[in-house]
Design a protein around this ligand. Structure first.
Ligand SMILES: C[S@@+](CC[C@H](N)C(=O)[O-])C[C@H]1O[C@@H](n2cnc3c(N)ncnc32)[C@H](O)[C@@H]1O
Length: 193
């Protein structure tokens, strides 16, 4: 199974109709449309991208799929400003890092900004919610960015997150996905004895 499909599988297991969710990297809109399908007409998708072309591409895909605009808020800004736009808890945050397929490879995600956005995304994620991060290591900076994502997940593991990693061992420079689920508070409750 491709890493993007693994990310979808993890998100599909959690998100329900009416939920609010985030696509932190809209790109060509595949993930935004996927999320819009899951949340349905009563839900809301907030989709970020720094590229005008990505916003336009996502908009056309939504139209082509007959998805009504009011369900999706397209935000032409860095995901590092995520909390400026979203305050209420969300059920899922999806990151698909790197550059937009078919677009300018120089316009890609960068480690420090990604780490800021991961922290902000984790803050707005509701208990029981899921965050997926697809990492590519073949482009300049991709290896370091992927390491940063793994360090971020490692810091949260056992401290509020259940972490799953898939694809990392298949090839040295290939893509992998990190899935973090935010634990429910009862999972932390002390035993009564
Ligand atoms: C691999 S593509 C995303 C693919 C997309 N999820 C899809 O389903 O088509 C990565 C995208 O991240 C965007 N990006 C790069 N830096 C960003 C940032 N700081 N904030 C938001 N998006 C960013 C790029 O412009 C690019 O469109």
């Amino acid at each position: 199974m491709r890493v993007t499909e693994r990310a979808h599988e993890a998100v599909r297991a959690i998100v329900r109709a009416g939920d609010h969710v985030i696509d932190a990297t809209a790109g060509n809109g595949w993930d935004t449309c996927f999320l819009a399908g899951l949340v349905g007409p009563e839900g809301r998708v907030f989709a970020f991208d720094i590229q005008e072309e990505a916003i336009a591409s996502t908009k056309s895909r939504l139209v082509a799929q007959g998805i009504k605009d009011e369900r999706v808020t397209l935000i032409h800004e860095s995901h590092a400003a995520l909390q400026r736009h979203i305050e209420e808890p969300v059920a899922a945050v999806m990151f698909n890092l790197g550059y937009r397929p078919g677009g300018d490879h120089e316009l890609r995600t960068h480690r420090e900004e990604t780490l800021t956005a991961l922290a902000e995304g984790w803050t707005v994620l509701r208990e029981g919610g899921v965050m997926s991060v697809v990492c590519y290591r073949g482009h300049p900076g991709g290896m370091k960015e992927g390491e940063g994502v793994l360090e971020f997940a490692g810091r949260l593991q056992g401290r509020g997150a259940v972490v799953g990693i898939s694809g990392k061992k298949e090839t040295e420079a290939g893509p992998f996905v990190v899935v973090l689920k935010k634990r429910q508070p009862e999972a932390f409750s002390e035993p009564s004895w």
